[in-house]
Write a protein that binds this ligand. Sequence first.
Ligand code: ARG
Length: 588
Amino acid sequence: MKKILDLLSEEMGKAFEVCGYDAALGRVSISNRPDLCEYQCNGAMAGAKQYHKAPIMIANEVAEALKESKVFKEVTAVAPGFLNLKLSEEYLLNVLSEMAAAPKFGLELPAQPRKIMIDYGGANVAKPLHVGHLRSAVIGESIKRICRYAGNEVIGDAHLGDWGLQMGLVIMGLQEKYPDLVYFDDSYEGEYPTEAPFTISELEEIYPAASAKSKADPEFKAKAMEATFKLQNGERGYYAIWKHILNVSVEDLKKNYGSLNVEFDLWKGESDVQYLIPEMVEYMKEGGYAHISEGALVVDVKEETDTKEMPPCMILKSDGASLYNTTDLATIMERMRVYHPDEIIYVTDKRQDLYFQQVFRCARKTGLVEPETKLRWIGFGTMNGSDGKPFKTREGGVMRLENLIRETKDEMYRKIREGREMPEEEARRTADQVAMSALIYGDLSNQASKDYVFDLERFTSFEGDTGPYILYTIVRIKSILAKYKEQGGTLEGLKLQTATSDAEKQLMMQLVQFNAMMQNAAEEVAPHKVCAYIYDLANSFNHFYHETRILGEENAEKKAGLIALLILTRDILETCIDVLAFSAPEKM
Ligand code: ARG
């Protein structure tokens, strides 16, 4: 269904036309002076030159032509030529009723869904998730859900880091700890055990220790590199132990991502495209794209218009080893072959900016990606502590994501306990759910590219621009609806009614913007727009709530209309938080 601004612009355009002007001048926008009007049109200003007339004369004529309009209740021409608009309550009711009855609240779906792949999360096998991974996961998940809601086919891929030196380090760490395992016995020819000989907590201790050791001990590092090489060349024992590492780690990752409501469609990793590398290298050589520079195989990606340095994209190191780039390019090759997406979106730390420019240019230049397929990179800023530096633990170390989640849950529990009577177990459950909204909304409400400060106190507050405030609003609505039912009311088949107060009209005008907002958030892959919208909507609702007798309303028809408005507000808020990947409890 058409968006409200388009509907209003049509009505306005007709009036311009009737007066002998170009209908395109009738573009209506939301008022930037809400104290004066609800919507505005600046077309008379724009048309003045074209028609050699004072803008106020045009505005007066158009206002006159709209006197009988069923859409606008008030059209005022004001000097020097603005048109200030107020909507008719009946018209607003009609549009909102149509939205309420339409699938997805009247969101216009693309005639041809686009196939979009999202590469996000970026976890590395055997390394615990840290706060840096929070952003990629949360932003990527929300973009996936927004694009899907907007009618696209979306495939989310975890693109695990499961193939580099870190694997050799873990293998060496294990070998030093358990030298007698059959995996390290060259003469062993039997089947390898199906059970992993270690747990996730062991694995998580081994990686940091091995990584530290490799920095201090060159011999150990050389061994780890050799192990990486052997693994990559398919040595049986190393391959078998690597499979265990992968399985144990992925199981744990699934649990952690699960608590963030992050669900990948594909759990592919860097290792999955290694088979393609020889073919890709051959293709790049044969096509004349790649050449040898200082022993390495590279593709030049510099363009004439570059003002900054643009180093070539390295495909193979001088020792023939592949790199992060190589794998990303091979992944593009595979994605094109298997899925043929219209777009691939990457969500990573913004420090990978230059890297992705190189990879994208290389993929385009070499034709790995077809011209119609869009490559989009979303670089996010850093989550900082209150000191403005990247977020750390109190001891100054890297904060594990698990611990950050636990701290947030504990703080939320404390707040919930403080404010109300609730059985212990329910308080825990509720706190866990609300805590996720605090973390996720705290992150997503910022434009992704910006850095932000993680402020536990503010994020977990029930007031202000926070996740808990949004949930609090939803819970408030749910509790009124529950009371209405207790009083014998039914929630089915209720009809919205014409607004009878400013606060009610404001709320309806917020609701009516939903479909345009969602479409825009999908086009711009911008979860923060959904956050900004629900914050405004929650504010409008709470203002309306304070101004209005709802359950105490005596006119039954009017009361039912108010309840219908509550239901629609709840549904739109819940739809929005669902695409942000959190949910509301029944009580809190
Ligand atoms: N594993 C990488 C890291 O921890 C992120 C992967 C991002 N995705 C990609 N296709 N390169 O930095």
